[in-house]
Write a protein that binds this ligand. Structure first.
Ligand code: PEP
Ligand code: MG
Length: 955
């Protein structure tokens, strides 16, 4: 082994940065990143690139297929999902063309070393190419019978369509003639070559659309040629046409990039490998990673594999198939294929493929073999697979298999049915269902009533279930703009490309006029849980800004409604109805009539069996509490008492209380509120029937409650009989620069004790009444915005005093606990002191995040998207807890609280209580419960079970 002088550990993830390659696109050789691989630069004593012994010894290239497989399915981190699964399929004897995987460590290296590769890579790649040559009996670059390869990305988690692929690599002006002669199929050889040039030109040499509405440049050249030669389909192009196309493609590359299309196969290979690594840093991959929280340092692997050809004539085909239907999870083979085509044709939606069922009659032997492979794959991988296959002159090959992306509904159904079929156990099912996906069972559908009134004007492929109604937009930017205005958008595209991702995220639904159920639009929409209808019978005209559905022409901004379950498209707005599960929960559908409901209940039952965290609801009204109970809430974790005044006229009394200038005036206002509060609490106690209820004393940040509009002040003046001018004067006097840090929470109640007194009386009188009626109460009262023990003591004294009084005059007694919110860093840091008084802590992680990060929870939108896009933070800290910073305060508070009060009850009631990743953290910290809004309760139950099971695995 070579001894080297080292300055850094080359594969250290912490030094990972996407910076070097971000905006470095071709032209080729414009920078070091675009050059073919070189050996690592010589050592530089002043701190240049260094090479470790470890690197020299490390294996970077893993062979698979045809007799030699180095890796296996467990090595996703190293080989990426595609590489690991190809290795695994080879090991179990499935027909995989031979190839090799360049590991993700090389990607990390590439970014850390300014676009260069480890020293040994060159030799290793050549050795693996030689192995493929041996296996298929062709040589790379052979002029008469060339080995062609595909070069594909493969991240640890699949990122469909986000990174780059090059097919038919190895062809050049000479070998294309050899291929034509060898196969006796000139058209085929030329077709492969034109595809290769276009892909290479796009991916490696950067010949791409310059703006959103420009046609893809190679497609534009092809369309032009077709028009000139009066050809409709790609397959109508003759060898002569294809030769002309190849000439034009090469000219386009030279014109746009200033470089010639390379003829040397190894130069092509290194160009494609570098492009795949660079595509890990492209915009769409970064957006995707940000959305799915995929760490930048994972990197992608590169898979180089012998080409097999689905475009060799009518006994050849290419397709994709799912081992179960990914839209609803039904146990049927599902997919599509194209005869005489290459893989990208199916995914890109260039030709509309045939349903896999047609293969039964068209290619019966291949269909039977595929059915067999479906069973083998499911049993081996114990999960639904999404398979890419190619049939080359009747011989079937597997090009890729991965766990299938599926809708929430399908994820739940397949997990449920696989347990019933004995393929997996219930723990696996619980672990496998993305916790968030459960909420898609609660998504709306168009109401039956509305559908009776409406006639679908067109139909497309149902690609992402659910119902969506919104304003038509034809661009991603348009979708984002509509979303920013708080309205709903339906993104209408002829077909989508990864460039549309932003728009798809922003849109409520996606409608395309081209492409099948495995097209980009369909795959991505399904995964996002977006409603999607694709390949629809509609005419989209970008330049006119119109959507033609039959004879109806809709314009940008008009309403359109799409049903991603049936594929129906309606002009105008259609009312949505609740999901089946919701209908059962609301007594509108017999549970026995709903298979979906049975699945939902069973899966929730499994989750409940394994979880340790209790799940409560944040509910401010008896109705919300009742909904929470139906969804499995085990108590109320947060009743925001100020929110009890949002309904009807109550807000006026609340405002009167806040605006009161005198104590007596305030007391009168408080007394007016008391009966409302008491009645609500009474109803809530009854609804919860002895389950714990955590009631929080008033916390109205003034900017949320003061009447800012003069119309609101006029209405208030009228309602509470106070002159408009006086109200305006008081509003001005109460104005704060930083209301979120202002006179709110316990600060208000300490300044004006009559507020806490009124609330305490309402709560205790309601509890007393329930007890007197023979009911049960498990009452927890908490004080908001506490930073000092003395604040809590002040409030607790009032509470105990009023409790004693009420119990005396109502002649009943009951227990209650008093605790505090932990929302301020000071409270977390002095939690041991505060725990002398507090019997429980409830973490208000909304304010705790705001105050720890110094970021406004109301208007950090100006910079947070930029921060996530630039990967300064990996996700919005108000949605998923910042475990390192805010989480540390939670941990400190838990530990300190327990030193004083070992049995202290700990919960969370900020929005993070419904976020699966945060829930996993709260489980680890040792909280007793999470509390969240109603629709998140099933998500939280599942996430809590997943956290417990992950814990079990760790220990
Ligand atoms: C919190 O701050 O996390 C919390 C639950 O309180 P609110 O959102 O009402 O400020
Ligand atoms: Mg708060």
């Amino acid at each position: 082994m070579r001894a080297t002088v080292l300055t850094v550990s080359v594969l250290s993830a912490s030094s990972f940065s996407l910076a070097p390659a971000q905006h470095r696109r071709p032209p080729l050789k414009a920078s070091v990143l675009d050059e073919p691989a070189k050996s690592t630069p010589a050592l530089d004593p002043d701190g240049g690139v260094a090479v470790t012994d470890e690197e020299v010894a490390r294996k970077f290239v893993y062979d698979f297929g045809e007799g030699k497989t180095d890796g296996n399915g467990t090595q996703r981190a190293l080989l990426g999902g595609k590489g690991a699964n190809l290795a695994e399929c080879s090991l179990i004897g499935l027909p995989v063309p031979p190839g090799f995987t360049i590991s993700t460590e090389v990607c990390t290296y590439y970014y850390a070393h300014d676009g260069t590769y480890p020293l040994s890579l060159d030799v290793d790649v050549k050795a693996s190419v030689a192995r493929i040559e041996g296996a298929v009996g062709k040589r790379f670059g052979d002029a008469s019978d060339p080995l062609l390869v595909s070069v594909r990305s493969g991240a640890r988690d699949s990122m469909p369509g986000m990174m780059d692929t090059v097919l038919n690599l190895g062809l050049n002006d000479e070998s294309v003639e050899g291929l034509a002669a060898k196969t006796g199929n000139e058209r085929f050889a030329l077709d492969c070559y034109r595809r290769f040039i276009a892909m290479y030109g796009d991916v490696v040499m950067g010949v791409q659309q310059r703006h959103e509405n420009e046609h893809e440049p190679f497609d534009a050249v092809m369309d032009q040629l077709k028009a000139e030669r009066h050809k409709r389909e790609d397959l109508d192009l003759t060898p002569d046409d294809l030769r002309e196309l190849i000439t034009r493609f090469k000219a386009l590359i030279t014109e746009r990039s200033g470089e010639e299309f390379p003829q040397d196969p190894y130069e092509q290979l290194w160009g494609a490998i570098g492009a795949v690594f660079r595509s890990w840093g492209n915009d769409r991959a970064r957006i995707y990673r940000a959305k799915y929280h995929i760490p930048a340092e994972w990197g992608t692997a590169v898979n180089v594999q012998a080409m097999v050809f689905g475009n060799l004539g009518d006994t050849s085909a290419t397709g994709v198939c799912f081992t179960r239907r990914p839209t609803d999870g039904e146990n049927v083979m599902y997919g599509e294929y194209l005869v005489n085509a290459q893989g990208e044709d199916v995914v890109a939606g260039i030709r509309t493929p045939k349903a896999i069922d047609e293969m039964k009659t068209e290619m019966p032997d291949s269909y039977t073999e595929l059915e067999h492979i479906r069973g083998v794959l499911e049993r081996h991988f114990a999960d639904v697979q999404d398979v890419e296959f190619t049939i080359q002159e009747k011989k079937l090959y597997l090009l890729q298999t991965r766990n299938a992306k599926r809708t929430g509904l399908a994820a739940i159904r397949t997990a449920y049915e696989m347990v019933k079929e004995g393929i997996i156990d219930d723990k696996t099912a619980v672990k496998r269902i993305p916790a968030d996906s459960i909420s898609s069972l609660l998504a709306p559908t168009f109401s039956a009533d509305a559908l009776e009134r409406e006639t679908p004007l067109a139909t497309g492929l149902p690609a992402g279930p659910g119902a969506a109604s919104g304003h038509i937009t034809f661009t991603a930017l348009g979708a984002e703009a509509i979303q920013r205005e708080g309205r709903k958008a339906i993104l209408c595209r002829i077909e989508t490309t990864p460039e549309d991702l932003r728009g798809m995220i922003a849109a409520e639904g996606i409608l395309t006029s081209r492409g099948g159920v495995s097209s980009h639009a369909a795959l991505v929409a399904r995964q996002m849980g977006k409603v999607c209808v694709c390949g629809a019978d509609v005419t989209i005209d970008y330049s006119r800004g119109t959507l033609g559905i039959g004879t109806t022409v809709l314009r940008e901004g008009d309403f359109v409604s799409i049903d991603g379950t049936t594929g129906h498209i309606y002009a105008g707005r259609v009312d949505a109805a609740p999901s089946e599960v919701n209908q059962v929960l609301n007594g509108k559908l017999d549970p026995d009539e709903s298979y979906t409901y049975r699945i939902f209940q069973t899966v929730m039952g499994w989750a409940d069996k394994y979880r340790k965290l209790a799940v409560r609801i944040n509910a401010d009204t008896p109705k919300q509490a009742a909904t929470g109970l139906k969804l499995g809430a085990e108590g109320i974790g947060l009743a925001r008492t100020e929110h009890m005044f949002f309904e009807g006229d109550r807000i006026h009394y609340m405002r009167k209380l806040i605006l009161a200038a005198e104590d007596s005036e305030r007391r009168r206002a408080a007394n007016k509120l008391l009966p409302f509060q008491r009645d609500d609490f009474h109803e809530m106690f009854n609804a919860m029937d002895g389950l714990p209820i955590t009631i929080r004393l008033l916390d109205p940040p003034l900017h949320e409650f003061l009447p800012h509009e003069s119309s609101a002040r006029l209405a208030l003046a009228d309602k509470i009989s106070v002159p408009f001018e006086k109200i305006t004067e008081r509003v001005a006097a109460l104005q704060e620069m930083n209301p979120m840090l202002g006179h709110r929470g316990c600060r208000l109640a300490i300044s004006f004790p009559e507020i806490a007194e009124m609330q305490a009386r309402a709560i205790f009188e309601a509890a007393a009444q329930v007890v007197a009626e023979g009911g049960q109460v498990a009452l927890e009262i908490m004080v908001p915005f506490v930073g000092f023990k003395a604040e809590l003591d002040n409030q607790v004294n009032t509470l105990h005093e009023v409790a004693r009084e009420v119990m005396a005059y109502r002649k009943v007694s009951f227990e209650y606990k008093v605790g505090t919110m932990i929302e301020l860093p000071r409270a977390a840091l002095t939690a041991d002191d505060i725990a002398h008084t507090a019997e429980f802590f409830s973490f208000g992680t909304n304010d705790l995040t705001q105050c720890t990060m110094g970021m406004s929870r109301d208007d950090s939108g100006a910079f947070l998207p930029t921060y996530t896009a630039k990967e300064i933070i990996s996700q919005n800290p108000f949605a998923s807890i910042d475990q390192v910073g805010v989480g540390q305060l939670v941990q400190i508070a838990c530990d300190k609280g327990a030193t004083v009060r070992p049995d202290i009850k700990l919960g969370v009631c900020g929005e993070h209580g419904g976020d699966p990743k945060s829930i996993e953290f709260f489980h680890r910290v040792g909280l007793n419960y999470v509390s969240c809004s109603a629709p998140r309760i099933p998500v939280a139950r599942l996430a809590a079970a997943q956290a417990a099971l992950a814990d079990e695995e760790r220990h």
